[in-house]
Design a protein around this ligand. Structure first.
Ligand code: DHB
Ligand code: FE
Length: 278
């Protein structure tokens, strides 16, 4: 049977990609974030994943306001990145895992999630950057992308994203292969890029959120999406990805590693690594 070997939550600020492209990881501004990657990479090597499921939010590259699925799962043999205007180098195509994708899709539909299934899907910085950070020489293991709408309100609730993650965790556990799956949640933590509160960051909320995410994630459902906007900023709603990642891990988890740093660009940047306690 397939197993989930662990979960990673990580920010996807485009400026991090520019810093990598310019080899500036050791500069004083960037170093506090990038120094957190080495332990995460070493841990990933030790748990030997051979597939990735990544929860991320498309920012307008593949889905736009004309058509915005709440949840979309990729089922393509490969995923192409494209220029979004951030100045980032376009990544090489990412390998897909259609068999695992369809297993997840079938299980989600059987459990009353009404999905968009994508046999072609462009993937943006929220998908490409975490993979680039964790596999700097290029990721060769196959990936299942799960996109959650954070662009066009109404957004799905924390409760719904928790159930999405949990149901995907069940689908993986029921997979007859011996895949070792790493689950990634891409985004956050608190940040607001526009409007009167542009630059808003809330360390107290992030700290409390991380603590509950690890120990009692079901309790996070008491926050509405608008509570999250108020507490974590308009783009802080990306923490929905972290909730789905955590829920996929199921029961109790052990925190392997955490690196929280304020700010990178306009964002409270964080990397969190979790392992299911067995
Ligand atoms: C920034 C953060 C994001 O999550 C994003 O998608 C784009 C930009 C930022 O802080 O600059
Ligand atoms: Fe973002």
């Amino acid at each position: 049977m397939a197993t989930i070997v662990g979960g990673i939550g990580v920010s996807h600020v485009p400026a991090l990609g520019l810093a990598m492209a310019k080899n500036m990881q050791a500069d004083p501004y960037w170093e506090p974030f990038f120094k957190g990657l080495a332990p995460a990479r070493a841990w990933i090597d030790s748990v030997r994943p051979d597939a990735v499921v990544i929860f991320y939010n498309d920012h307008g590259l593949n889905f736009f306001l004309d058509k915005m699925p709440t949840f979309a799962v990729g089922a393509a043999p490969a995923y192409l990145n494209a220029d979004e205007g951030w100045g980032l180098p376009v990544s090489a195509p990412f390998p897909g895992d259609p068999a695992l994708s369809w297993r997840i899709i079938n299980h989600l539909i059987a459990n009353e999630f009404d999905l968009t299934t994508c046999q072609e899907m462009l993937v943006d910085h929220a998908f490409a950057l975490p993979l680039k950070m964790l596999w700097p020489d290029g990721v060769t293991i196959p990936i299942v992308p799960v996109a959650i709408n954070t662009v066009q309100h109404p957004l799905p609730s924390i409760h719904r994203c928790f159930n999405l993650g949990r149901t995907i965790g069940e689908a993986i556990a029921a997979d007859p292969s011996d895949r070792r799956v790493l689950v990634i949640g891409s985004g956050g933590l608190s940040h607001q890029l526009d409007g009167e509160r542009a630059g808003f960051i809330n360390k107290a909320f992030d700290t409390a959120f991380l603590e509950e995410l690890v120990t009692q994630p079901e309790r996070l459902s008491r926050y509405s999406v608008l509570d999250v906007v108020e507490q974590a900023g308009t783009q802080g709603v990306e923490l929905l990805m972290w909730v789905a990642m955590r829920a996929a891990l199921g029961g109790p988890v052990r925190q392997v590693y955490q690196n929280y740093h304020i700010p990178i660009s306009n964002t409270a940047a964080c990397l969190l690594a979790l392992e299911p306690s067995r």
